[in-house]
Each structure stands twice: as C-alpha cells, then as structure tokens.
Design a protein around this ligand. Structure first.
Ligand code: SF4
Length: 259
C-alpha cells in the first residue's frame, strides 16, 4: 500500500471511530440494538485480529475449575495463580473433596498466588453456596439458564464480580459475554470501540452489544494477545501494529487528543 493510501485508510479509521464513538455513547447498550457502523467496525477488527493471530480455540472448561481459577487470579500474575491452582487440584482433585478440605490447608496450598487466607475463604464460601443451592458442587445447570439469570446467580456468589462471572459463562458455557480485563479495557478505548471514559462495567455492556455472534471468545482472547504483543499500556508499538489501519489512536495521539 502506498503512503497516501495508508494515510487515507487511517483517516477513515479515525472518522469511523468518531462516528462509532459518538453513537456508542448514546445508542449502544445492553437493551438497544447497536448501530450498523458499530457492528461492522467490530467485525472488521475481529477479522483483522484473526488474520494475524488465528482463530483461538478453547474447549469447554469445567465451570467450578474456572471459578476457582479466576478467584485465584485476583491481584496476581497468571504464572502464580496457575501454580496455586495446580497445587490445589493436585491435593483435592474432586469438588466435594475441595469443599470439605480444611480451610488452613487450602490457604497453605494457594499461598504462592498471594492473599492465601482471603482467597481460601472466598473459594470455600462460593462452593458452600453452590452446594446449598443445587445440592452438589456443580454449576452445569447454568448451561440452560438465560445469560442474564446465569450472570445474576454467579455475581451473587461470595468473591465473584462481573469479570469472573463473564469468564465462567464464556469459557465454560460459550455464552455471549465479554470479560473485560485490563488489556481488553485499554484496547477497546484505544480502538474507539467504547468512549474513552467508559468504566470496565460499561465496556463489558457495550462490547456485548456490538460483538458479532460467535466471536466473543475470539475477540476477547485476541485482544489480550494484541495487548501483550503490540498495544502495551506504555508506549504501544503503533508503527508495527497489524491493525493500525483500523485504529484511530495514532492520529488522535499525534493531534494531542490522547496521552
Ligand atoms: S498498537 Fe497502536 S495502532 Fe495498534 S491497536 Fe494499539 S493503539 Fe491502535
């Protein structure tokens, strides 16, 4: 592509983003249909990311495992939380055994992931509540619940917030939800998919409304990959970014509209 054509493509991305941005703030939401411009912009980004990173594959993961993993991942690195989860599951491979395990033992096993006492108590409370509600430590009945009902149930569990609930619903059941971690939040704002000041919660609502059916997992995972590889929090590598033509950030940064 010539320099002039690249510049034209970037200008188009910035214009499209501004249209999307202004409409997003008013017309996109969980109860309203998103604009055509918004959905086609997201579709183009999904496709461009898949072209670069591939189509992510994720087999269904046990929802209790996911719940425990996401509680363990709070305020620590993936490496540390992965170690804590492996240690916990090696000692207590089945859910009932985990529910009945001494709290101090759980805290000791997960301590490498940080906040061992607090996370052990959260895991225990969540598993107890599930057992009380369903008669066993099993969340498979969420598969048949509507998204909003399943989400409400999970958020009502001790230690479970909207992100943890979205992770469980997306990865265990393939429900159309968008977990928003730090990478997804940053990229959605830089790409102009949500307003600059959108909270994590609002970003989740807006992205759930505009993501094409069947692309929630792909977009979520590829945004994280892209955030780690090119679009880092400090000094994003816009010059080599494979989706730069779809991103308004470099032009807005150059004109002083972004930090
Ligand atoms: S690296 Fe730059 S061009 Fe690429 S998505 Fe991030 S802000 Fe946009």
């Amino acid at each position: 592509m010539t320099t002039e054509r690249k510049d034209a493509a970037r200008a188009t991305a910035a214009d499209a983003s501004r249209r999307h941005y202004s409409r997003s703030a008013t017309s996109v939401g969980p109860k309203r249909k998103p604009s055509k411009a918004a959905t086609s912009r997201v579709s183009a980004i999904v496709q461009a990311l898949e072209n670069w990173y591939g189509l992510p594959e994720a087999g269904r993961i046990d929802p209790i495992d996911l719940l425990v993993q996401t509680i363990l991942s709070q305020n620590t690195s993936d490496l540390n939380s992965g170690r804590a989860f492996s240690a916990l599951r090696s000692a207590f491979p089945d859910n009932l055994g985990l529910l009945e395990a001494p709290l101090e033992r759980i805290a000791q096993l997960i301590r490498p992931g940080g906040l061992g006492d607090m996370k052990a108590a959260r895991i225990r409370s969540a598993l107890e509540r599930i057992e009380e509600d369903f008669g066993r430590v099993d969340l498979s009945c969420l598969a048949d619940m509507p998204l909003s009902q399943a989400r409400q149930y999970l958020i009502g569990l001790p230690g479970v917030g909207p992100k943890t609930a979205a992770v469980v619903l997306l990865f265990a059941f393939g429900k159309p939800t968008m977990p928003v971690d730090t990478h997804v939040h940053r990229l959605c704002r830089r790409l102009g998919l949500v307003p600059e000041k959108a909270s994590v919660q609002r970003t989740q609502e807006l992205m759930e409304a505009v993501t094409p059916p069947g692309k929630y997992l792909s977009l979520h995972l590829n945004l994280i990959r892209h955030g780690r590889r090119f679009c880092r929090a400090r000094s994003p590598n816009c010059d080599e970014c494979p989706i730069r033509a779809l991103c308004p950030y470099p032009e807005m940064a150059a004109s002083g509209q972004k930090d």
